[in-house]
Design a protein around this ligand. Structure first.
Ligand code: ACK
Length: 308
């Protein structure tokens, strides 16, 4: 088995009790931290009865963080326990909840989050939205198409379980060493790591990912699988712009005003008409007019096979 998470496939029934012995975890280094929590790289001994330790990521709250932060982490864990393993969803390996601090152990994704990864693959340091280029030594256009397709597959799995993610964005997709994309960060009550970017605008109930939100979520606080489809369209746009911030140059109030009037983002430079057409379908005003994730997987497969 070793480090390959696919060797640790667990039956959905078994996943309900994955309490993990804390002394079998050796924490190595902090991968990222924010206001409420941190993610730590670690080795876990004896996962699935294996002799070799497995590299994992441990999500936990920080010393002195609020009761809310702990509750949020437990809520996220509860959500993850509902999801049977899928190659495009980050896999829950186990958890330590009997004593504090709570640890949620998930598979390690060596290339980090997709937003950071895409930005690292830009060919010019100071690329702007208009002249962005992919460094083809690191990433090909085919990789980008594959990322979008994989995200749709992961979301089709999540949606099939009637789970609404509410925070689909490239920063919440992780990528493993084989460039496999994995949906992560379940529940909007998630930890907010990136405090210096403006992707979560302050609202009464916390910071909201305004630029990824569908009109019905922004204006009426309504969320559904179809609002996740809208966010998927924004995530597609991010992938094709190597993670530019959506609605470049528009402030959140200006963006909301434009959306109300039917404005949509234009076609990214490195995007063909067919792919843009799929993106635009995700941004239909009426949620019912948007495709399902299963439709999206099929539409994207058609585009990818045609390009070959
Ligand atoms: O781009 P990154 O290295 O990828 O920076 C962030 C940081 O932790 C805070 O979220 C990284 N991270 C989160 N979960 C995982 C994971 N399962 N495997 C590897 N890195 C992770 C993320």
């Amino acid at each position: 088995p070793g480090d390959d998470p696919s060797n640790y496939y667990q039956e959905p029934d078994l996943i309900r009790d994955l309490e993990f012995p804390r002394d079998k975890l050796s924490l190595e280094r902090v991968l990222g931290r924010g206001n409420f929590g941190q993610v730590i790289k670690a080795k876990a001994q004896g996962v699935g009865g294996a002799d070799k330790p497995m590299t994992v990521a441990v999500k936990t709250t920080k010393d002195g963080s609020s009761a809310d932060a702990k509750e949020d982490l437990l809520k996220e864990l509860k959500m993850m326990k509902l999801i049977p393993p899928h190659p495009n969803v980050v896999m829950l390996i186990g958890y330590c909840t009997k004593t504090e601090p709570v640890y949620v152990i998930v598979e390690y994704c060596a290339l980090g989050n997709l937003q950071n990864f895409l930005r690292k693959c830009r060919s010019k340091r100071d690329s702007t939205y208009a002249n962005i280029q992919v460094d083809e030594r690191l990433l090909t256009p085919r990789d980008l198409a594959s990322f979008i397709w994989q995200i749709a597959r992961g979301m089709a799995h999540v949606a099939s379980l009637k789970i609404v993610h509410r925070d689909l964005a490239s920063r919440n997709v992780l990528i493993d060493k084989n460039k496999v994309c994995k949906i992560s960060d379940f529940g909007l009550s998630r930890d907010v790591y990136d405090t210096d970017n403006e992707e979560y605008e302050q609202k009464t109930q916390g910071r909201l990912p305004l630029r990824w939100m569908a009109p019905e979520s922004l204006f009426d606080h309504v969320y559904s699988v179809k609002s996740d489809v809208w966010s998927f369209g924004i995530t597609m746009w991010e992938v094709l712009t190597l993670a530019c911030t959506p609605y470049p140059g528009l402030s959140p109030p200006a963006m909301m005003e434009r959306l109300r009037n039917g404005f949509r983002m234009s076609k990214p430079v490195h995007c063909n008409d067919e792919v843009y057409d799929i993106m635009r379908k995700c941004w239909e005003d009426d949620p019912e007019d948007r495709p399902t994730f299963i439709d999206l997987v099929r539409l994207l497969e058609d585009v990818i096979t045609k390009a070959e």
